[in-house]
Design a protein around this ligand. Structure first.
Ligand code: DMJ
Length: 583
């Protein structure tokens, strides 16, 4: 130690001369009090310096961990030999497939009872695990949340009113009207009809009256336009019926019936399975060019039931009911590969097309309507309930799996293989199955930069709920995840669902709001995303309605009284039969 050299001059032992003393210098054995004090000061400064270095200098190990975390979340991660793992990518994929095959075989060996017991155990475990792992939701910010959502609705509606009035949808960046082929080349004011009941529920009366006036004066179904039977049914007939039930205004019922008459010719096929599209003027129908072997789509012809049963109920005309019951009977008679419903059915031959089964796009709302037909009938339509239970049993057996990271997901069945991929659309099933899907779908949001979910996400080759392809990274203001949060909130009252909904609402407001309304974004993994420039009509019908309901009391549209169609339009439970005899 060379401490003396470091000491300031005043701290050194210096020779002192005292009167009468010899001229030889001598050293004292002890220090004076002031010297002791100075020494103490120096020591404490030194200790502070050491502590400072310990706490404030960069810690390499921490930084490395942080980088890895981000990489895991943002970049599809594939183990490579360089990282010390000995599997090549091909081996990994093969192993994944073998594991999936093995899982499928094991499930097939089990009896129905064994499978149901297993599912029940799984459900209980998921709930318990979630309780254990979840540190509990952070408290919601002290603001009136329904009011925030109402303000979002005002911005979406006012922008459409100003720039896209009467058009089907809005381009919020270009600030003009927008439409897609599902509405043909018509101007049917889809956003007005789709938004009506949301305006009503939120108490936006002037806006509701404005919409009603437009419908009275302008909504007309005689255009030479080829429209999607499914889309027009769920958005227009569903929207008009809900507006009628909520407000009691006859005009909505009349318009719904007039439109239904225009859809009836779509059922003129050799099997009675309707065409996907129909020309409103000529009544000529056809299918989408892209559909397998000229087929109609399960989620389209299987999502007419609720609205058509209500039409018969309201008009006394049995035709609507007969049309949808015919579809159900025909499906009940058909063989199903592995008990699963393929997404494609040829309306000329009555045969299945490609064996592709999905609870996401092309299949989704068919399953939803089986359950809701039963609920809407005040649980008397047991045929629908049985069809639902059988379909879900096959889905649980063949499509529902757990990822390596422990996330429950619903895959897709394609020609004998399970694709370990889930679409945003399939997230609606979180509310239908309550099997831990809400948690998985929340993860798909949480693992992005914008905290908004991608269109599709994978559970393969080390991936956990992240999108891989560029064309699957978009978010187009879809409602399914928020819809599931709302159902789960109503079923459990676990505050985490409100917390998750609030996160989504904030992300939408931050990243999708523009001066001319709300727009979808093309890449949820980019901190600087580009807009798709479309404000979808379902954003007003569904996304904002489910958000508003999530933060409202349960007595606003109680689930014992109302059943929501697949476009979030509430229809009342029918406590009276079609013969008007009440239960
Ligand atoms: C909506 O039109 C309906 O929810 C439909 O059933 C599926 N997709 C859209 C919204 O994503």
């Amino acid at each position: 130690m060379t401490t003396p050299a470091l000491l300031p001059l005043s701290g050194r032992r210096i020779p002192t001369l005292s009167p009468g003393a010899s001229s030889f210098p001598h050293h004292r054995a002890t220090l004076r009090l002031s010297e002791k004090f100075i020494l103490l000061l120096i020591l404490s400064a030194f200790i502070t310096l050491c502590f400072g270095a310990f706490f404030f200098l960069p810690d390499n190990s921490k930084h490395k961990r942080f980088d890895l975390g981000l990489e895991d979340v943002l970049i599809p991660h594939i183990d490579s030999p360089k990282e010390g793992k000995h599997e090549s990518l091909r081996d990994k994929i093969r192993a994944d497939h073998e594991r999936a095959l093995q899982e499928a075989k094991e499930k097939l060996r089990k009896s129905r009872e064994e499978l149901q017991a297993e599912i029940q155990t799984e459900k209980t475990k998921v709930v318990e695990d979630l309780k254990k792992k979840d540190p509990g939701p952070k408290p919601l910010p002290p603001v009136r949340l329904p009011l925030c959502v109402l303000q979002m609705m005002k911005h979406a509606w006012d922008s459409y009113r100003q720039y896209g009035w009467g058009h089907n949808e809005l381009k919020p960046i270009a600030k003009k009207g927008h439409s897609t082929n599902i509405f043909g080349n018509s101007q049917l004011g889809a956003s007005i009809v789709d938004a009506l009941d949301t305006l009503f529920i939120m108490g936006l009366q002037d806006e509701f009256k404005d919409g009603q006036e437009w419908i009275e004066q302008n909504l007309d179904f005689s255009a030479n336009a080829e429209v999607s039977v499914f889309e027009v049914n769920i958005r227009f007939i569903g929207g008009l019926l809900a507006a009628y039930y909520l407000s009691g205004q006859e005009v909505f019922k009349m318009k719904a019936v007039a439109l239904a008459e225009k859809l009836i010719p779509a059922f003129n096929t050799p099997t009675g399975i309707p065409w996907a599209m129909v020309n409103l003027k000529t009544g000529v129908g056809r299918n989408w060019g892209w559909a397998s072997a000229g087929s109609s789509i399960l989620a389209e012809f299987g999502t007419l039931h609720m609205e058509f049963v209500h039409l018969t109920y309201l008009t006394g005309n049995p035709v609507y009911y007969q049309k949808v019951m015919h579809i159900r009977k025909l499906l009940a008679k058909m063989d199903r590969p592995n008990g699963l419903y393929p997404n494609y059915l040829n309306p000329r031959t009555g045969r299945w097309g490609q064996h592709h089964t999905s609870v996401g796009g092309l299949g989704d709302s068919f399953y939803e309507y089986l359950l809701k037909a039963w609920l809407m009938s005040d649980k008397t339509d047991v045929e629908a309930r049985k069809a639902y239970d059988d379909a879900i049993e096959a889905i649980e057996r063949h499509l529902i799996r757990k990822s390596n990271g422990g996330l429950t997901f619903i895959g897709e069945w394609k020609n004998g293989h399970l694709e370990r991929k889930m679409g945003h659309l399939a997230c609606f099933a979180g509310g239908m199955l309550a099997l831990g899907i809400a948690h998985t779908c929340h993860e798909s949001y949480d693992r992005t930069v914008l905290k908004l979910g991608p269109e599709a996400f994978k559970f393969d080759s080390g991936l956990e709920a992240v999108a891989v392809r560029q064309n699957e990274k978009y978010y187009i203001l879809r409602p399914e995840v928020i819809e599931t949060y709302w159902y789960m909130w109503r079923f459990t009252h676990d505050p985490k669902y409100r917390q998750w909904g609030w996160e989504a609402a904030q992300a939408i407001d931050r990243f999708c709001r523009v001066s001319g309304g709300f727009s979808g974004v093309k890449d949820v993994y980019s901190s600087n995303p580009t807009y798709d420039d479309v404000q979808q009509s379902f954003f007003l019908a569904e996304t904002l309605k489910y958000l508003y309901l999530l933060f409202s009391n349960d007595d606003l549209l109680p689930l014992e009284t109302w059943v929501f169609n697949t476009e979030a339009h509430p229809l009342p439970v029918q406590r009276c039969g079609l013969d008007r005899v009440c239960f």
